[in-house]
Write a protein of this length. Structure first.
Length: 336
């Protein structure tokens, strides 16, 4: 082969997954002797060798891996990822630990990237954003015994989790809108399989119904484009909502444009709330009422758990303060 062979090349040559190659090359149980022999034979034929620089490190790999979903997920937006990584690296730099970043199209690709890093001893732990129920990545990390820190998943399993209970915050949003006289409410949510989406939806809907409101929910993948389509659909429905809550700022900003094009005045005919705050929310016209949280706190807490893993301490779940409602110009009393 013209280039230095990687574990991916070995997996393809042997006709197995990267996870199986990792088991075989590291002498772990879970593969048959026949498969192990085939993997070792292909590795020898290709001239594959483990990452020498990583192997030579005094205490093993000195990097963590951060696998981002395509589209950004939790980190969608112009500044959230930078805030998170900056705070993360400020903590890790104290121990001269770096960060490898990879973007994966789906959970399978994310798991494969983590397995490759682990097999080549490039990382000692990985960070997995947007953890959801029955997450393939979490399952695969457990199979390979790869230390991991998850973000925004249910803190019930063995994987260390940095999380915040978004339920009370979204119930508070529903109560706030009800106090303004809104009764026909709507939500445009992120991916329904995400644990955080489910928590937000259940809390908001329960609070709205307790106060005599109704809720229409539409789930979209991500991004302002899909948010705009969902907004137009809601605003052109017979029972048009008087208030809409969006799971992120990009969709909420797109909604302002849709309402303007339809001749609907925000906030006097429609109140809009962004589930995530950003500089764009403050600069929008009108400025967006939003739930404000600190991505720097997420980064610092994640870094602290990763250092626990580096030093051999069990990493416990870390619960952050819930986001606070910041009221701005996009919400007002419902029209009589």
């Amino acid at each position: 082969m013209s280039k230095r062979p990687t574990i991916v090349d070995v997996a393809r040559g042997a006709g197995v997954s990267i996870a199986v190659v990792s088991y075989a090359l590291n002498g772990r149980p879970g593969v048959s002797e026949e498969t192990r022999a085939r993997v070792l034979r292909v590795a020898e034929e290709y001239g594959w060798r483990p990452n020498v620089a990583a192997r030579s490190m005094r205490a093993g790999p000195k990097c963590v891996g951060l696998v981002l979903p395509a589209g950004g997920g939790t980190f969608a937006g112009e500044d959230r990822l930078l805030q998170f990584v900056t705070a993360l690296q400020e903590v890790l730099a104290q121990h001269r630990v770096g960060t490898l970043v990879h973007i994966a199209d789906d959970p399978e690709a994310a798991a494969e990237a983590c397995a490759r890093w682990w097999a080549e001893r490039q990382v000692y732990a990985v960070v997995l954003p947007d953890v959801h129920q029955d997450d393939l990545r979490i399952e695969r990390m457990g199979e390979l015994a790869i230390p991991a820190v998850g973000l925004d998943g249910a803190p019930t399993g063995d994987t260390a989790m940095v999380w915040t209970d978004d339920g009370p915050a979204h119930a508070n949003v529903a109560d706030y809108l009800l106090s303004l006289g809104h009764r026909r409410l709507a939500r445009v949510t992120g991916r329904p399989e995400l644990a955080v989406t489910r928590v937000r939806e259940e809390a908001f809907t329960a609070a709205a119904r307790r106060g005599g409101g109704t809720v229409t929910s539409l789930a979209v993948s991500a991004g302002g484009g899909e948010g705009a389509v969902a907004t137009r659909r809601l605003l052109q429905s017979p029972d048009r909502p008087t208030a809409i809550v969006f799971d992120d700022d990009e969709m909420a900003i797109a909604a302002l444009d849709v309402a303007r094009r339809l001749g609907i005045d925000v906030p006097w005919e429609l109140s809009v709330v962004a589930g995530v705050d950003s500089a764009r929310c403050r600069l929008a016209i009108p400025s967006l009422t939003a739930l404000t949280r600190s991505m720097r706190d997420y980064g610092s807490a994640t870094g602290a758990l990763l250092l626990d893993l580096l030093e051999g301490r069990p990493a416990a779940h870390h619960r952050l303060e819930p986001p606070a409602l910041t009221v701005r110009g996009s919400t007002a009393p419902a029209a009589p």
